[in-house]
Design a protein around this ligand. Structure first.
Ligand code: B1N
Length: 836
């Protein structure tokens, strides 16, 4: 009875934050101790921090599973329409603080642990990030799961249960080295294995054409192997427990059946080899952001998780619809997160036609109703193309289906619109002709999708006009925009408690659900008291980050200095080297005039480079060695510091973003599809120093250009300069300052290994400066100058910081999800009742 009461009490606690009630803290305390003893099998006396953390998670899971059951019961009894979000990446980060905050038991847990003599912060630091993604695309998927759960839309996320997520980055002598990330080495207490939902997926082999006596043709695939897909479920908790949705990640295992023959023939070792080969499929996340690996294993991963997910969707549908597909498109929406899961299109055709016996036309109607596709990049090197010979080997039946889709498209649709125009057919074909025939996954996605969206206004426009101009002439209504967003629960409430408290007071406690209401702070933007409060919060966050920098980098930084931050994957188009050129420019000025006084500045970087991306790795090396030199140069009197924080990841971002003054968003216009950290920075009161690219455009439209520092060429300028013929030497030769800093890279001032730094200069000149760094340099310096001037004017700065933070309502991922729901998915949400 006591136990039941305790559960009931904790349940109440989950609905409203009753952390002031002594009773609830006691209940929580009892539960943690109970789990420490009975779930983890240790005692208060000898428990490690890890064990305490596990007990804390077990306690949270009691509340979470209860709510999960209620959610699933509601959806099952109402036979709801649901969205299925297929993504090769979900960058979830840590879950503890977020889940406790969403359940509104964070303060209760904190007090309970405090009474047990334990600091909740230390426990939360025990958790390894779930780094099952590279960057923005994967983190977007994670924010979307949070919003789907919060808005209580019926939904499932589907992905891959990578054994190793994105590599851990270490810096040795300034250079990146990659270490494996084993996020669940000792188990992950949030995930639940679901053996009852295991799937089996065929692969390889050949297709047999059977002709029936009546002359009709049947295709029979004889696969070489079967792969078992084991689902691991991670519950995603909506804010205030609105609903709990599932992220289902597939792990590959050998099937029991397939290696027995080898085994019995005495091939025990061979059988183990085959086992290892299959397990390789979900072993590791490809560490490329916005570039393609083109590897057979990557296509196998994509097919494996897409097929498992579709089978799971069909199984659930058929539980209530008994293989009558008449309602399928009414009940199911599938969102393809970039082209990575696009193989799901021919796979669903195959399942419906070959395995369920539906006609081609009926199946195609279903497929084209169900799928939609989100494009995340225009970079040509990121557009997935698979060699036909790889398809023949792995997915021979899918290749036939793709040919059939293509044949019908070219001869019916394209022929009707542009009769006899072979050039159009060549461009729009799913198959790229040439010495190595390729399957173009983006064309397949567009041809089969009901809606195709970009991720910011400008990006969606470029998707229409530059990437798919003919397709958008053909089907103008299919193309739309859904501007990205981020969850204010993680990116404000959980990571910036000081700011959250201010908004609680000014906007009321519901602001994490209605981010627009933060606009209530705007009228106070010039109120000296509120300015002080706001900037005190920022300062406190900077003090905490300074301590972290000292711990991780051994560099002392002054929290009064302007914190200028660029954290994102390392890529030439993101132009970390433009930032570096400005740092060199400042340093040079200081050395030239030792009496000069500038606004003290700390430049903070965090970035992982794809392991094979040599220039990106050289830029990391350059930041480190240049930083080292500057940080130890007494002549500049600590007015300038440069730190590279190793192993940038979600949990580090949560510490850095609340402490930033300047948010560097400096991609060449037209290349950053949206960006999402730009939104997180603004919400937390940083000013954007950036180009008119991606979502920056929409951010400054909300927060005011005058409250940010916009510089550089626009998309139009970039196009025009390219058309005219861009020559980086023109800029190099005509700008003394620029020339000096570029030449400085090709010297032994910073390091013995001058080759590494010289390679950057080389790419900017002989390499043609593909991302027009030199063209934007002067304008970038001018923007920095404006920022430094404004920083010296405390009131003006506070005004701008507040206006940014209070104007980000549009960039809640809740708004993005509502856009998807209304324009694409057409879902209804349901209140999840407390009882089942
Ligand atoms: O997706 C984010 C955007 O905010 C960023 O601007 C965009 O660069 C990012 C292949 C990608 N685009 N493409 C990728 C990732 C992994 C991979 O293997 C491509 N990531 C983005 C969210 O919309």
């Amino acid at each position: 009875l006591a136990e039941t009461k305790a559960v009931a009490a904790a349940k109440v606690d989950a609905r409203a934050d009753k952390n002031s009630l002594k009773l609830d803290v006691n209940v929580f305390k009892e539960k943690i101790v109970h789990h420490l003893r009975c779930t983890i099998g240790t005692s208060e006396k000898k428990a490690s921090k890890l064990a305490w953390w596990q007990a804390l998670v077990a306690t949270a899971n009691e509340l979470i599973f209860d709510r999960l059951t209620q959610t699933q019961y509601t959806h099952a009894t109402k036979d709801t329409r649901a969205v299925h979000y297929l993504s090769a990446e979900f960058l979830m980060g840590r879950l503890t603080v977020n889940n406790l905050v969403s359940l509104e038991v964070y303060n209760t847990a904190k007090s309970a642990l405090q009474e047990l003599g334990i600091d909740i912060n230390e426990l939360c630091e025990e958790e390894t990030d779930m780094a099952l993604g590279n960057g923005g695309l994967g983190r977007l998927a994670a924010c979307f799961m949070d919003s789907l759960a919060t808005l209580a839309y019926p939904s499932v996320g589907y992905g891959i249960h990578y054994e190793n997520g994105l590599f851990r980055q270490e810096i040795r002598e300034g250079r990146q080295i990659e270490r494996p990330d084993s996020w669940r080495e000792y188990g992950c207490p949030w995930e639940v294995c679901r053996p009852e939902s295991v799937q089996e997926v065929p692969i390889g082999g050949f297709v047999e054409t059977q002709t029936a006596p009546d002359g009709s043709i049947r295709k029979v695939w004889h696969p070489e192997h079967m792969i078992k897909g084991v689902p691991w479920d991670i519950p995603v908790v909506g804010f205030r427990g609105a609903s709990v949705t599932i992220l289902r990640l597939w792990e590959s295992r050998p099937t029991e059946s397939f290696n027995w023959d080898v085994f019995n023939a005495g091939g025990y070792v061979d059988a183990q080899n085959e086992k290892a080969a299959v397990e390789t499929i979900s072993k590791v996340l490809y560490p490329n952001d916005s570039t393609e690996a083109g590897k057979m294993l990557r296509l196998t991963q994509q097919y494996f998780f897409s097929s498992c997910s579709l089978r799971d969707i069909l199984r659930r549908y058929n539980r209530t619809h008994f293989h009558d597909y008449g309602e399928f498109a009414k009940k199911i929406a599938i969102q393809l997160n970039d082209t990575h899961p696009v193989i799901a299109i021919p796979e669903l055709m195959r399942l419906l036609v070959d395995e369920e016996g539906i006609s081609w036309d009926a199946a195609w109607e279903i497929v084209t109703e169900v799928f939609s596709y989100t494009n995340h990049t225009l970079l040509p090197e990121a557009l997935e193309k698979w060699p036909v010979y790889i398809f023949e080997k792995l997915l021979p039946r899918h290749l036939e289906i793709i040919y059939e889709i293509n044949y019908r498209f070219l001869n019916e649709v394209v022929e009707a619109k542009w009769s006899g125009d072979d050039e159009k057919k060549r461009k729009l074909s799913i198959i790229e002709e040439g010495p190595c025939k390729m399957v173009r996954m983006a064309n397949l996605a567009v041809i089969a999708s009901r809606k195709i969206n970009g991720v910011a206004e400008i990006h969606s426009k470029l998707v229409r006009e530059n990437l798919f101009p003919e397709f958008s002439t053909l089907w103008p209504d299919r193309f739309c925009n859904v501007t990205n967003g981020v969850t204010p629960r993680r990116w404000m409430l959980a990571c910036n408690p000081g700011l959250a408290e201010l908004y609680n007071e000014i906007a009321g406690k519901d602001w994490p659900l209605h981010l627009d209401s933060c606009a209530a702070l705007r009228p106070y933007a010039d109120d000296p008291q509120i300015q002080k409060r706001f900037m005190d919060i920022k300062f406190k966050n900077k003090v905490a980050l300074a301590a972290e920098i000292k711990k991780l980098c051994g560099v002392e930084v002054d929290p009064h200095a302007m914190f200028d931050v660029q954290i994102k994957r390392l890529h030439e188009y993101k132009r970390q080297h433009l930032n570096l050129l400005y740092i060199l420019h400042l340093y040079r000025k200081l050395l030239a005039d030792p009496a000069m006084r500038i606004v003290p500045q700390v430049f903070i970087f965090g970035a992982k480079a794809a392991p094979a991306y040599t220039l990106a790795k050289n830029i990391i090396y350059a930041i480190n060695v240049i930083g080292d030199k500057i940080n130890n140069d007494y002549r500049i009197r600590n007015q300038l510091k440069v730190v590279f924080m190793p192993n940038y990841r979600v949990s580090l971002a949560e510490k850095i973003i609340p402490a930033a003054d300047i948010s560097e968003q400096i991609s060449t216009a037209g290349y950053e599809a949206s960006g999402t950290s730009n939104m997180k920075f603004s919400m937390n009161g940083a000013l954007t120093l950036g180009t008119m690219d991606g979502a920056n455009i929409e951010i400054v439209a909300e927060a005011g250009v005058e409250n940010n520092f916009i510089f550089g060429m626009s998309v139009k300028d970039v196009q025009e300069l390219k058309a005219k013929g861009y020559n980086p030497w023109d800029f190099y030769n005509s700008n003394q300052d620029l020339r000096a800093v570029v030449d400085w890279l090709d010297s032994d001032f910073f390091t013995e290994d001058r080759q590494a730094l010289a390679s950057i200069k080389h790419s900017l000149l002989e390499g043609g400066d593909p991302y027009m760094v030199l063209a934007d340099f002067a304008s970038y310096c001018a923007a920095h100058k404006r920022a430094e001037e404004m920083y010296a004017d405390k009131a003006r700065w506070a005004h701008a910081a507040i206006m940014n933070s209070a104007s980000m309502g549009k960039f809640s991922s809740d708004r993005s999800i509502e856009d998807y729901v209304h324009n694409i998915w057409k879902l209804k949400n349901y209140e999840i009742k407390d009882e089942i």
